[in-house]
Design a protein around this ligand. Structure first.
Ligand SMILES: Cc1cc2nc3c(=O)[nH]c(=O)nc-3n(C[C@H](O)[C@H](O)[C@H](O)COP(=O)(O)O)c2cc1C
Length: 171
């Protein structure tokens, strides 16, 4: 049996989870960018995880296209610490009902450190934050964004992989 954990990670949170998962399951691990579509047939079980940016999971479009006939385990890693509404938003923004029923989805809490953001995204981010700060009646989400802009968070913890690993072991 050949199994693999694939990941796409910008700041290392998803990579940390992918590494822990691969270690616990004793599976191969690889950056999704180095995985070829033609290799899908070589694997029995596949896990894919990526970070969430502006509501969208990194590379999810390609993953859903590549794995439209093969169910896989998908985990999203984002800035919130298991907030139900945010997890529901991530599901709604990235999958339709059929895709959610076909694949198995997990959420693993990452973290946010905007000081690590560089380049053009940093410029847009600063403009966005200034605009939000200027607003008189901010929503709860907007207050949260400002809070995380000034106070980095990190919820990455090995305990969060337990449910996913237990599920994968039963397959
Ligand atoms: C520019 C930027 C945009 C982000 N957008 C979102 C978002 O829309 N929703 C969310 O929950 N987290 C968001 N995050 C938080 C990331 O999903 C979080 O840092 C995640 O742990 C990143 O995983 P990675 O380091 O493996 O790529 C954002 C982070 C950055 C830097």
């Amino acid at each position: 049996m050949k199994n693999i954990v694939l990941y796409k990670s910008k700041y290392g949170h998803t990579f940390q989870y992918a590494s822990w998962i691969a270690e616990e399951l004793n599976w191969e691990i690889r950056d999704f960018s180095k995985f070829k579509k033609t290799e899908i047939k070589d694997y029995d079980t596949i896990i894919f995880g990526s970070g969430v940016y502006m509501g969208k999971m990194n590379k999810v479009k390609k993953v859903l296209e590549w794995f439209k006939d093969k169910p896989i385990i998908i985990f999203a890693c984002a800035g919130n610490n298991n907030v139900e509404k945010d997890i529901a938003d991530i599901k709604n923004n990235n999958f339709n009902e059929d895709q959610l029923a076909f694949h198995t989805f997990f959420y693993l809490p990452g973290g946010i450190d905007f000081s690590k953001v560089r380049g053009i995204i940093k410029i847009f981010l600063n403009i966005f934050i200034k605009n939000v700060e200027r607003k008189k009646n901010k929503t709860e989400d907007e207050e949260g964004i400002i809070e995380s802009y000034y106070h980095p968070t990190n919820y990455v913890d090995k305990k969060h992989i337990e449910a996913l690993v237990a599920y994968a072991k039963k397959l």
